[in-house]
Design a protein around this ligand. Structure first.
Ligand code: PGA
Length: 258
């Protein structure tokens, strides 16, 4: 196994169905002219769309090598009386392959706690979905020097109960909350420092083989201007891109930043 480079787009609650279809079609056209493997070996692109868009986007990305579709959330229970929620098995039934869990907007706006997120990770893996698990400190925690401790706890509670085999289906996204949607990106040094720390935690828990192979993405105001200096760091394996993933040409430039 080799470590994969990944660029993932998080559309959040944006785009109508038609706009999402157009965006994915456009992007896939660009990628059929310039395939991912010609940009970088072992590279993947994932589009995290709203639930509504998922079946259509799955069809669009299907013919394009190493491009995948995923959901931005799932519920923690397999099925039942949970009005308005969407289960991991429903997501998988669209042939989507990935799910985002623990995004800071879920943690802060919807009060999702570590234990609840761990349940979501469990149901996602049970349903054969790969998980992009988000972690990251807020501004206060960074300024107080608690950022390592915060990220350690999020990863420990959310993921470190998994066995080694399950852990192979995890990608981590480090997203400092103070950088998300603010235009204030972490410096390449800050990103590398935290990514190295996270890889070190994984090495201690699962050994070097696992830590060497896990992809750790940076997220938070990543765009075509700063992607290259972020991605060139040893422990930064790509990005989770919000705002800049909504414009196909901009997102395509980020993809080419390796
Ligand atoms: P941003 O969002 O790129 O708009 O800062 C990133 C994210 O929240 O995943």
């Amino acid at each position: 196994m080799t470590r994969k480079s990944v660029v993932a787009g998080n559309w959040k609650m944006n785009l109508t169905l038609k706009e999402g279809v157009d965006l994915s079609t456009n992007l896939c056209q660009m990628l059929s002219k310039k395939p991912l493997k010609s940009i970088k070996k072992d590279m993947e692109v994932i589009l995290f769309t709203p639930f509504i868009h998922l079946p259509e986007v799955v069809k669009i990305v299907k013919g394009v090598e190493n491009v995948f579709a995923g959901a931005q959330n799932c519920y923690s229970k397999p099925s039942g009386a949970y009005t308005g929620e969407v289960s991991a098995s429903m997501i998988r039934s669209t042939e989507a392959t990935h799910v985002l869990i623990g995004h800071s907007e879920r943690r802060s706006l919807f009060s999702e706690k570590d234990e609840f997120l761990a349940e979501k990770v469990s149901t996602a893996l049970d349903n054969d979905l790969k998980v992009v698990f988000c972690c990251g400190e807020n501004l206060n925690e960074r300024e107080n020097g608690n950022h390592f401790e915060v990220v350690n706890k999020q990863i420990y509670n959310g993921l470190f109960w998994l066995d080694e085999e399950q852990f192979h289906n995890i990608i981590i996204a480090y997203e400092p909350v103070w950088a998300i949607g603010t235009g204030k990106t972490a410096s390449p040094e800050q990103a590398q420092e935290m990514h190295k720390y996270i890889r070190g935690l994984i090495e201690k828990k699962y050994g070097e083989n696992v830590s060497d192979n896990i992809s750790i993405l940076y997220g938070g105001s990543c765009n075509s201007k700063n992607a290259e200096e972020l991605f060139e760091n040893n422990d930064v394996d790509g990005g989770l891109i919000g705002g800049a993933s909504l414009k196909p040409a901009e997102f395509f430039k980020i993809i080419q930043s390796f």
